[in-house]
Design a protein around this ligand. Structure first.
Ligand SMILES: Nc1nc2c(ncn2[C@@H]2O[C@H](COP(=O)(O)OP(=O)(O)OP(=O)(O)O)[C@@H](O)[C@H]2O)c(=O)[nH]1
Ligand SMILES: [Mg+2]
Length: 236
């Protein structure tokens, strides 16, 4: 039987990326694959652009969210949607091409022997060589901090490019996720590790964003560090 796969893409102002990304994902011709764009009222009309492609690709869904906005709450809604609509697998990825769509089949393959597949820059064969040195170092520090505090058995604890089996998705209980920002990546990974979900890292080449702008700022970064500490101290 063909698995139903939902590729979940949180977006804020990704008008310059979203059409090409959707086209590239569907061009992989993966049976059973559909796409969910989770948009936070992007003023550049990202959601309308995605909706405009529905005629060509019926497997597109667009969630126009209401406040409170955020990368984290968008990810949470995407996972709830995947469970409610009875998908077997949820893939999460960014809209800015940092996550090369060509790795989707590799992540899905890894689910043959694991329950959570993680696109990893830091496992053997993975790279993060394109971004400015400062951003690479920032990621390495955050990764060291998260891995040490949360004791998660993966090399790339910051990766938001992942494929979740139904079992893993149910195990993290998306309804009760609390992180509203990028720390959702750590909260979900931490929960999966505590539930003994079998994880596998798949090497990826992380690409620097070419179009649009980064939504990461110092406040979000600081909140992310705080969130990781909170997870480590509370254990949940
Ligand atoms: N729905 C929604 N999506 C968001 C929000 N903030 C960021 N995103 C999306 O989340 C993904 C990651 O955001 P980026 O801005 O690329 O952040 P980043 O990858 O940590 O930073 P860069 O490496 O600088 O690109 C992208 O697809 C964004 O459009 C938000 O508040 N709401
Ligand atoms: Mg990015």
């Amino acid at each position: 039987m063909i698995s139903r796969i939902l590729v979940c893409i949180p977006t804020y102002c990704e008008a310059e990326n979203i059409s090409r990304l959707i086209e590239e994902i569907f061009s992989l011709q993966i049976p059973g694959l559909e796409i969910l764009v989770v948009d936070d009222a992007s003023p550049d009309k990202t959601a309308s652009i995605a909706e405009g492609l529905k005629g060509r690709y019926p497997g597109i869904h667009v969630l126009r969210r209401k406040p409170p906005y955020g990368r984290g709450s968008s990810g949470r809604e995407a996972f709830i949607y995947a469970l409610k609509e009875k998908f077997d697998i949820a893939v999460e990825m960014d809209a800015d091409f940092s996550h090369d769509p060509k790795a989707i089949p590799l992540l899905l393959n890894a689910l043959g022997t694991s329950e959570l597949a993680i696109g990893s820059r830091f496992t053997e064969g993975g790279t993060d060589a394109e971004r400015p040195k400062g951003r690479q170092i920032l990621t390495q520090c955050a990764n060291f901090y998260a891995r040490s505090l949360l004791r998660i058995p993966v090399q790339d604890a910051n990766s938001g490019y992942r494929a979740w089996s139904l079992k893993a998705l149910q195990a993290i209980d998306p309804e009760t996720l609390r992180a509203r920002g990028p720390a959702i990546v750590h909260e979900t990974l931490f929960r999966a590790a505590r539930k003994n979900i079998k994880m596998q890292e798949v090497p990826i080449h992380f690409i620097d964003r070419k179009e649009g702008f980064s939504k990461l700022n110092l406040t979000k970064l600081a909140r992310g560090y705080f969130w990781i500490l909170r997870l480590a101290l509370s254990g949940k």
